[in-house]
Design a protein around this ligand. Sequence first.
Ligand code: DSN
Length: 417
Amino acid sequence: MDYKNLKQNDETVYKLILKEQGRQARELEMIASENYVSPAVMEAMASLLTNKYSEGYPGKRYYGGNQVIDDVETLAIERAKRLFGADHVNVQPLSGSPANAAVYMAFLKPGDKVLGLKLDHGGHLSHGHPVNFSGMLYNFVQYGVDSKTGRIDMDEVEEIAKKEKPKMIVAGYSAYSREIEWERFKTIADKVGAYTFADIAHTAGLIAAGEMDSPVGIFDIITTTTHKTLRGPRGAVIMCKEEYAAQVNKAVFPGMQGGPHDHITAAKAVAFGEALKPEFKVYAAQVIKNAKTLAAEFAEKGYRVISGGTDNHLMVVDMTNKGLSGKEAEAVLDRIGISVSRSTVPNDPNPPMNPSGVRFGTPALTTRGMKEEEVKRIAGWIEAAIENRENIEVLDSIKNEVEELCEAFPVPGIHNS
Ligand code: DSN
């Protein structure tokens, strides 16, 4: 994009966007939930579809002039159904938390009991944390990961479910690096009469590509954001079995939201179209190969990787034995041009603002075309920066190497200006 009108009309915003463009071009993005959309997705997002109101659903709108929007939304729905093999898809949720809120609204009453993973074990705020609407409105009980293996202990999940008899069980996480036993969750839920709800926001792209196990066809309801491994615009979708279609649609609109963001719906359709192409499968497979390489490099350098490795695009690394906190590690890596997010580790003795770990992810590096060789170099720089965190000369020299690598692997559609 050349932003020529923006430059003319609002130089302040133009300059801020250009500054961020430079950061994205010259720095490495290792935040597990971030990615770079294609120029085609970007153009759809920036389109004039933002001008339209279209409360309702295709063929049943509360506003006139929606003939084209109906086609856009229907296309997004059909592509998402094909991509995931889902019976029913609602493409209107504005983002992950609103999608999850709509799911709870569709299936629960305030005060109902829900079983979800603890936040510091890799769960999400909207899976029942007390500071979030989910924990305020519903009676969440929580399961955790095994402290030795770092993996979900399904026997413990079954024990808690039998004792607590929740109305819904939530699986699918923000900081969990292993395959999820969807079938086992479903068996447990059936034993206690609970709905099964999967939040696959992080792994949706890997699942769509067939590189990870899918909950579709097993779980009752599935949500995902569209902007992480799926590499689409900011937003979300809800998938469910046909029998739940009406109640899910009603919960999204008029339950939770007003008019959908039609420019984003169009961009979702473009991203789903991209994910249906064979090259997306190659991309998703490489994301996982890169993550496995990174986890192995960390382990080899003496870092404690939670669960000992990864099956997906991310890993949580405990910084304690390296003598710094996750927040300090995040700052050191920022200094050399690598963005990461601090993260709690299971049973973290430290608070979420200053936790013990860092979460690393490979989706964005892989979009730039980086493979195992580059990932090994990056792991070396991370280690060198952490070991030499007081040494400005070393940090500056690594930052230069990071920039050189970024120049060699440009972000699709982003210029380094
Ligand atoms: N904030 C997202 C993440 O970083 O995982 C989840 O919503």
